[in-house]
Write a protein that binds this ligand. Structure first.
Ligand SMILES: [Zn+2]
Length: 168
């Protein structure tokens, strides 16, 4: 009889039910996954993200939570789940992590657009510096005009670059 790799490392009996996936949270007693991460934030805990895979010991930021047939709950890394034969759970986790990341980036971009429109300290700082294009600079355009233009004309990745350049 063949044993599931998770059984061999003592994580409970197969089959396993995928419960959630997301950042590994070690604060406030919240069980991880995106829901746990948000619960920790809502409860005022600063989530400490990170830990090690309970199957192989590799350092992780994100994990998948499983429940075994005998009701043991554990978490492993996404690629570990994939290798152990839990491909469907791994695929769902990857797509969930991608959309979480995109949502965080979109929120960051929105905040930067709002700062470029209304943060007077930032606006003063950027409008006192010349536009990087000499011709535009000679016409009186500033770094603020340049960054606002990029925010209007760029796609997601381009807008994210502006956030990084501004440290926002
Ligand atoms: Zn692992």
């Amino acid at each position: 009889m063949s044993h599931h790799p998770f059984e061999k490392s003592g994580l409970g009996k197969a089959p396993y039910r995928c419960m959630s996936s997301g950042p590994l949270v070690a604060a406030g007693g919240h069980r991880g996954g995106t829901a746990g991460y948000e619960a920790a934030l809502a409860a005022g805990h600063e989530p400490v993200v990170g830990g090690t895979c309970q199957h192989c010991g590799t350092a992780l930021k994100n994990a998948i939570w499983f429940e075994s047939a005998d009701k043991a709950v554990f978490y492993v890394g996404v690629s570990c789940a994939d290798k152990a034969g839990e491909a469907t759970a791994a695929r769902k986790a990857r797509s969930g992590l991608r959309s979480d990341k995109k949502a965080r980036e979109t929120a960051r971009i929105k905040a930067a657009i709002s700062s470029l429109a209304s943060d007077s300290v930032l606006i003063d700082r950027l409008s006192s510096q010349p536009h990087p294009n000499q011709w535009r600079a000679e016409k009186g355009d500033t770094l603020l005009d340049y960054l606002r233009f990029r925010m209007q004309r760029s796609g997601h990745a381009g807008m994210l670059r502006v956030c990084m350049e501004l440290g926002l």
